[in-house]
Design a protein around this ligand. Structure first.
Ligand code: DC
Length: 500
């Protein structure tokens, strides 16, 4: 292993997250604003949209509108099918109106009606239905695809836009939030008791974070802005700076410096590259992997995945991989994996030595290929993501590039009609919320949150790929062909162990 790359001192890892200037914001920017009740989401989102030249969308107003429509039509908030029918048939539109948002239901302006206590009392029940949420989420995504938006709401950073350009979690102490609610009530001429408001906010927090459908959570990649003691101007400055910093993080590094490639890797990339060309490989977003010391995190469907990924990556840097130790037992695969200095990992225990080596590789500025699902999964149904990825990200702080592999189950020469062979790279995910989340959650619980985020990202990348090339019958049948084998293999590989 004398020639193993990266044995020398670690090269400097350039920080790509420096905002160059307060220049123009790309017109397709999607900013997600998340936070508990009374944290100032609406005020912030509206002002931010104004500053950044984006459309402000209040997702809560959409749930309120459906609640108003149900109450008006005499539909019970618990009657899920009736709510769905109502929403499905309606033309629900949000329009900016002098800094506010105007809400229209089939052309009727209901902006004032959705803010009444009657609607307020029923909206939680309406928004708790999974199928209602699904339809709302589809409409919210469509808005974000049409144009750049600042969208607020509890699930915007995790479910609606897991790949939002920037995510902000607004936070404030319980007391500060209760104080704001109290002032709001007083402005409306209501006399209320401070203790009562405090208890109300506290119980809403509990309901919000414990409910089954899209509970309130801090997206692990959000920047947390605590505005308990900030003036509105200061908090807007802080939020805008946080958004711009995240936009800068996502911009591919200009003039990315190529690493010193070892001869083994030059040979491997040449072989993989011609393999990719032979099979008609298409690559999307390759520039997002122009990073040193990042984790490359693809979904996993086939043994073709590593070489096809190698072809798509078309090496400016090494990709060291973590591979199941079984692969080192067969002479041919052992030779190949050793040739590329892969790290064997035991999957049915916590393999501390493998994680130590992975962390060392990342610290040296090399990239690491890691399959977050831990084994091959059913084609077209990415996930679940196991805890290893989150543990490695927490430990190393390495930016992690989600990658969606499609068509690798059985590539055909020239890219045949069965399935498009496509590798799409997303911008790197960075755990901006780690300092806050690390105080609130155990490492494993946090890993689960990170896993959920990546599961949503894979689904999103899959959806985008399906928009480019709709899924074929062959692909749908392929999922059924492999399902039983994968389920029984999962039971054998991980037995009853909790996910790692
Ligand atoms: O933010 P708001 O008070 O206008 O939200 C109204 C209700 O809708 C509230 O009960 C939370 C719910 N909601 C939701 O479930 N998901 C969203 N994305 C936004 C709001």
């Amino acid at each position: 292993m004398k020639s193993e790359p990266g044995r020398g001192p670690a090269p400097p890892v350039p920080d790509t997250c420096v905002p160059e200037s307060y220049g123009p914001v790309p017109s397709d920017t999607v900013v997600a604003i998340v936070g508990p009740a009374g944290s100032g989401k609406s005020t912030t989102a509206r002002a931010l949209a104004d500053r950044l030249g984006l459309l402000y969308v209040d997702s809560g107003a959409m749930y309120r509108a459906l609640t108003w429509a149900a109450a008006t039509a005499g539909v019970d908030p618990g009657d899920e099918p009736a709510l769905l029918r109502l929403l499905d048939a309606a033309d629900l539109t949000l329009r900016p109106d002098r800094g506010e948002i105007a809400v229209f239901w089939d052309g009727r302006d209901i902006s004032a009606a959705v803010r009444t206590p009657e609607v307020e009392a029923l909206v939680s029940a309406v928004s708790a239905h999974a199928s209602v949420r699904e339809l709302m989420v589809a409409r919210q995504r469509a808005m974000g695809r049409r144009q750049g938006v600042v969208m607020e709401g509890r699930d915007i950073g995790t479910v609606v836009f897991p790949l939002a350009s920037a995510k902000i979690y607004l936070d404030a102490t319980l007391e500060a939030r209760a104080e704001r609610r109290l002032r709001q009530h007083r402005r409306r001429g209501l006399t209320v008791d401070r203790g009562e408001v405090l208890r109300e906010v506290e119980s809403r927090d509990r309901r919000d974070s414990e409910r089954a459908a899209s509970p309130l959570r801090i997206p692990p990649d959000a920047m947390v802005v605590d505005n308990s003691t900030l003036t509105l101007d200061d908090q807007l400055e802080a939020t805008e700076a946080a958004v711009r910093r995240q936009l800068a993080c996502r911009r591919p590094a200009a003039g990315f410096a190529e690493g010193e490639l070892s001869s083994r890797y030059r040979v491997a990339y040449a072989i993989f590259g011609s393999m990719g060309r032979f099979h008609g490989l298409r690559v999307v977003g390759r520039e997002h992997a122009d990073l040193h010391g990042c984790i490359l995190a693809p979904n996993h469907v086939s043994n073709w995945d590593p070489p096809i990924l190698g072809a798509a990556f078309a090496g400016k840097n090494h990709i060291r991989s973590i591979a199941k130790e079984e692969l080192f037992r067969f002479p041919l695969s052992a030779m190949m994996y050793r040739f590329l200095y892969s790290i064997p990992i035991r999957r049915n225990i916590y393999d501390a030595a493998a994680f130590d080596r992975a962390a060392d590789i990342l610290a040296r500025g090399q990239n690491l290929l890691f399959f977050p699902e831990g084994m091959r999964r059913v084609y077209g149904e990415p996930g679940p993501v196991r805890n290893g990825l989150g543990l490695l990200m927490q430990r190393t702080g390495a930016p992690t590039v989600p990658i969606y592999l499609r068509g690798t189950l059985a590539p055909q020469p020239g890219g045949g009609p069965r399935a498009p062979l496509e590798v799409s790279f997303a911008p790197a995910i960075r755990l901006h919320a780690l300092p806050v989340l690390g105080r609130r959650l155990e490492p494993r619980a946090l890993s689960r949150e990170i896993g959920r985020l990546f599961e949503a990202i894979y689904r999103e990348l899959q959806e985008r790929s399906a928009e480019r090339h709709p899924f074929t019958d062959w692909e749908r049948e392929a999922a059924e062909r492999v399902r039983a084998a994968i389920m029984s293999k999962e039971a054998r590989t991980f037995r009853s162990r909790p996910p790692l």
